[in-house]
Design a protein around this ligand. Structure first.
Ligand SMILES: C[S@@+](CC[C@H](N)C(=O)[O-])C[C@H]1O[C@@H](n2cnc3c(N)ncnc32)[C@H](O)[C@@H]1O
Length: 230
């Protein structure tokens, strides 16, 4: 199947029926800048967080009210803007290795009038090592990078979470391929196997509660358990 044919290039999920997702997207409010990014993403075929998943991300940020947010995978800045607007008091550190996308993201941040975002052009693995060495902690970490990387920085992400920390990983169901939907094995089996490894790692975490939702491309929420209440 050609990549062009995927619903995701129309900002639609591969795992939620198209009519259902199109229906709910009408109700999930977003401002002009976010709509502009959605249009840009479709025109230029750039991946962004799907709007239905963005609606949940926004709600989580409003509930957690994180002082410090780390985002792995800025892309063109859609999810960054969602988080920055949901809680403008948060300090956001966002990283991407793709300079071309970061340039576009910075333009959108300007348009959105964001003041609380620091953009880092780097490989996420390097930044994570630096942050760990500096003893940095974050109340919220949003991971939206290359799916096959998830099992490799998973434990480090946990180490960066504060006591009340929450981490969200996007794309963990990868168009449903990790749950048995058929796929081009030659092309995708490495990613599918690494995502399965990641999901198995998650099952073994006694310190975190796990919520895995069939939303967007598969949305995983990890919440550090509180010592008293679980
Ligand atoms: C799906 S896009 C991010 C979309 C973005 N969160 C949004 O909603 O607009 C994934 C991004 O992760 C970046 N990325 C992937 N692996 C990375 C790594 N190891 N270090 C830094 N950036 C990485 C890619 O360059 C790409 O721009």
């Amino acid at each position: 199947m050609l990549q062009m044919e995927f619903n995701r290039w129309k900002n639609l999920s591969e795992i939620v029926p198209v009519d259902v997702e199109s229906f709910v997207n009408v109700y999930n409010s977003r401002d002009e800048v976010l709509e502009d990014i959605e249009k840009f993403a479709v025109e230029e075929k750039v991946p962004i967080l799907l709007p239905s998943a963005a609606a949940l991300l926004e709600l989580l940020i409003k509930l957690v009210k994180p002082e410090k947010i780390l985002e792995i995978g800025t892309g063109i800045g859609y999810s960054t803007i969602v988080m920055a607007k949901a809680f403008p008091d948060a300090e956001i550190l966002t990283v991407d290795s793709n300079l071309k996308r970061l340039k576009v993201a910075k333009e959108f941040f300007k348009k959105a009038g964001l003041k609380n975002v620091t953009v880092i052009h780097s490989d996420a693995f390097e930044l994570i090592e630096d942050l760990l060495a500096e003893g940095e902690k974050f109340d919220f970490i949003f991971v939206d990078s290359v799916k096959s990387e998830y099992p490799f920085f998973n434990f480090k992400i946990q180490a960066l979470l504060s006591e009340r920390g929450m981490a969200v990983f996007d794309n963990v169901l990868f168009r449903g391929y990790v749950c048995g939907k058929s796929y081009d094995e030659k092309r995708y089996s490495r990613t599918v196997n690494l995502l399965k490894l990641f999901l198995n790692q998650i099952k073994e975490y006694p310190d975190f509660s796990v919520t895995l939702l069939p939303l967007g491309d598969g949305f995983l929420i990890l919440k550090r358990k509180s010592p008293e209440r679980g």
